[in-house]
Design a protein around this ligand. Structure first.
Ligand code: NAG
Ligand code: NAG
Ligand code: ZN
Length: 432
């Protein structure tokens, strides 16, 4: 299913939207209407500190006695939860060298492996996609608990043995549970369905012109000149009021610089997940145009194709498709299919596995950047990359990205079953 044309959104309004609501997709500069339905704000945000400044540690939903899950983790609790894991399991955390506009740090954690990290999981790059940082933090909490206590993990109808846990951990995992802390803090304190970061640099004064869409700010076909005129206003926007405002330059933002820093600092990363909501999709490369495996010269670097890049409906043979080798395509599909199938089984809701561009083409997205690194610079590792859209939306909420209590629980089961299955698939397919 594909949403490409601005006029279609009324027809599609009842369907899933994946990160962007249909009305937000309607051209580059159109904002959310102010008259959207009002209702509950979904599951509440945690007040206080359930980890007592790191004296207590998080337990995930898979290890049998989860932390109090009655509220969503606040920004502060992600930090104290990580401190709790450091204290309980002796893991290493680190701060990236870039501070956000509001002065926050982006914290990462490293688990498993033997000093080498092959998998990177990123959470909460879009502020309003509630449950993303919870999924990442609770997942590593589960792996660490199960390793220490010699147990397996159960997520709904998916059960993994202790041997699975050890194998999953052997891949070496870097996580940044909360990559957009300013945006999440703002969203959690205002319930404003906020997506972007909080950088006001391009603001024209009104509140809605604050912020950059971090998932349009990566250095992958960032310039709109790289795109067919008919899609250029959809793949990202130069307007600060847009939900897909791309920023003033590729990597203009400390949050995206932090993610680049992780790929540069852990050069053996081979697999990457960026965790979003919602729609129930596992999306694999590419997100720019239809995949093709026969004409390597048709790729994002080749300016010959700038005027036709991003039109997914045309012929890849006579027009343009993004090159991915047949072997790589097979590998990303195999792991993506295992990921999606574990998610579908965990809570009984069906996930779709498909190419990213078939949702809608995007410029400057994290997953395309990650997979493009080895093509733009052959000294860099190849990184199989995915955007995962967990959950199916809360139609009773003023912001459908805010889950109900029941949805939050299903979402955690699905993402965490998907993550472990994905790590096992990565180990099976290859880490080098
Ligand atoms: C579950 O965890 C809570 C708080 O972390 C603890 O008080 C309780 O004893 C635990 N229950 C079991 C059965 O381990
Ligand atoms: C770009 O595409 C053109 C047209 O097919 C081709 O002649 C050229 O070699 C390509 N450039 C690169 C660097 O692959
Ligand atoms: Zn998103």
């Amino acid at each position: 299913m594909k949403f490409t044309q601005a006029g279609n959104f009324l027809l599609l309004a009842g369907l899933a939207s994946s990160c962007l609501l249909p009305e937000e997709r309607a051209g580059g500069s159109i904002r959310r209407p102010l008259n959207r339905r009002q209702g509950s704000n979904g599951k509440a945000i945690g007040k206080g500190d359930r980890f007592s400044a790191g004296a207590l540690f998080p337990r995930g939903i898979g290890s049998g006695n989860a932390t109090d899950l009655s509220t969503i983790l606040s920004v502060a609790e992600v930090a104290t939860g990580l401190q709790g894991l450091v204290k309980e399991y002796g893991i290493t955390t680190f701060a990236t060298p870039y501070k956000t506009y509001e002065g926050r740090t982006i914290t990462g954690a490293k688990i498993g492996g033997s000093g080498t990290y092959h998998v990177y999981l990123n959470g909460a790059i879009h502020a309003r996609e509630r449950g993303s940082h919870d999924s990442v933090l609770y997942f590593i909490s589960d792996l660490l608990y199960a390793q220490k206590h010699g147990t397996g993990l159960t997520y709904g109808k998916k059960t993994y043995t202790n041997a699975d846990v050890i194998k999953a951990l052997s891949t070496g995992i870097v996580v940044t549970p909360l990559s957009n802390p300013d945006g999440v803090n703002y969203d959690q304190t205002t319930n404003s369905c906020w997506r972007k970061n909080r950088n006001p640099k391009s603001s024209t004064g009104s509140a809605s012109t604050i912020g950059v869409d971090l998932n349009r700010n990566f250095d992958f076909a960032w310039s709109l000149k790289k795109w067919a005129p008919s899609v250029a206003s959809d793949v990202a926007s130069t307007s600060p009021s847009s939900e897909v405002f791309q920023g003033t330059a590729a990597f203009s933002e400390p949050e995206t610089q932090s993610i680049k820093y992780i790929f540069d600092t852990y050069p053996k990363i081979r697999w990457f997940i960026d965790l979003h909501s919602y729609t129930g999709d596992v999306l694999y490369s590419w997100g720019s145009d239809t995949d093709q495996s026969t004409q390597p010269y048709k790729n994002f670097l080749n300016s010959t194709y700038d005027s036709i890049r991003g039109i997914t409906g045309d012929s890849v043979t006579t027009k343009y498709g993004e090159y991915i080798s047949a072997a790589d395509l097979s590998d990303v599909k195999t792991a993506g299919t295992r990921f999606g199938s574990a998610m579908s089984t965990a809570a009984g809701r069906a996930y779709t596995v498909m190419q990213s561009a078939f949702l809608y083409p995007t410029s400057g997205a994290s997953d395309d950047y990650a997979f493009s690194r080895h093509i733009a610079d052959s000294t860099k590792n190849k990184v199989y990359s995915y955007t995962v859209e967990f959950g199916f939306g809360n139609s009773a909420s003023s912001c459908p990205f805010y889950p109900t209590d029941a949805q939050y629980t299903s979402n955690l089961q699905e993402t965490n079953a998907g993550f472990i299955e994905f790590l096992l698939a990565a180990a099976d397919i290859g880490l080098e």
